[in-house]
Design a binder for this molecule. Structure first.
Ligand code: FMN
Ligand code: SF4
Ligand code: SF4
Length: 261
């Protein structure tokens, strides 16, 4: 049975999970959401997966937009996996609702805890703690694959009523109303060496180099790819990120994050 997994990632957690699921399922293509949005998908595959990070207890804006454009037949099996720093909120419930509007059923939805990457609030956890998350994730992926292989049905995993109402409702809506311009808080230190990596890793072409330095264009997804992958830690967000440990998934290479030719 052929599967396509559409994924979105900033620091590689979701790509790692998508890749592991793909290799265990077999016959699976991995497609970045930002690329799929530019092409007309025919959805000839039998099974469709969506893998993406939780943002503000909900779905990344780009994933919401992608789902609005999806035209999948009712006969397809659709599953989803979100990666998060620990609190998935109602991300999968939001997805289920959005798919329903398109006449599509989300048959199974899973949340996997991975190291958090939201550097405006915290730095990377220690390698030991990261490894504990990765070990648990391996087990969870095995269980997910067992279910997905059988086209199994599983209620989308979510947080409790309070988080889903306050976090995924109020905070999420407030944040998403200005998410694209939240890049105003990025700045760059003189140590920037003009390598252009930040430009290349941005999934939505939101960074241009002007006089050799990055300039953000106001269509940000807040994926943290630019700040986390800058090789000299020249990018900062607000006033608190200087000296904070950077994070990206240790097994994901820079080249895998760069999805444009
Ligand atoms: C803008 C933003 C918001 C986030 N909000 C949440 C959240 O509400 N709950 C949570 O558990 N993790 C949150 N995180 C952490 C990520 O979901 C988590 O680290 C994820 O695995 C990152 O995936 P990636 O490496 O594929 O980009 C947030 C990260 C970012 C960048
Ligand atoms: S990745 Fe860092 S060093 Fe390279 S251009 Fe961007 S800010 Fe400068
Ligand atoms: S500007 Fe940075 S945080 Fe915003 S979408 Fe691009 S890489 Fe992600």
């Amino acid at each position: 049975m052929k599967t396509t997994i559409y994924y979105f990632t900033g620091t590689g957690n979701s790509l790692k999970i998508a890749g592991d699921i793909a290799s265990q399922l077999g016959e699976t293509s991995l497609v970045p959401v930002q690329n799929a949005m530019k092409e007309k998908s025919a959805f000839s595959e039998d099974r469709i997966g969506l893998v993406f990070p939780v943002y503000m207890w909900g779905m990344p804006s780009i994933v919401s937009e992608f789902v609005k454009k999806l035209k999948i037949g009712k006969d397809k099996y659709v599953f989803a996996v979100v990666t998060c720093g620990g609190i998935p909120g109602a991300a999968l419930l939001q997805l289920s609702k959005a798919l329903k509007k398109q006449g599509v059923k989300l048959s199974a939805g899973f949340a996997i805890q991975m190291p958090g990457n939201y550097i405006p609030m915290y730095g990377a956890v220690s390698p030991e703690k990261q490894n504990k998350h990765f070990e648990k994730a391996v087990e969870k992926v095995k269980k997910i694959v067992e279910i997905v292989k059988k086209n199994g049905v599983c209620k989308p995993e979510a947080s409790n009523f309070i988080i889903n109402t306050l976090g995924s409702g109020i905070v999420y809506n407030l944040s998403m109303s200005h998410i694209h311009t939240m890049d105003k808080s990025f700045s760059v230190l003189d140590k920037c060496n003009s390598c252009g990596i930040c430009v290349k890793v941005c999934p939505v072409e939101n960074i241009k180099l002007e006089n050799g330095k990055p300039v953000w264009q106001g269509k940000c997804e807040q994926c943290m790819s630019c700040i986390q992958w800058c090789p000299v830690e020249a990018i900062q967000y607000g006033k608190k990120t200087q000296g904070r440990k950077r994070y990206h998934h240790p097994e994901i290479k820079l080249a895998q994050i760069i999805t444009r030719g």
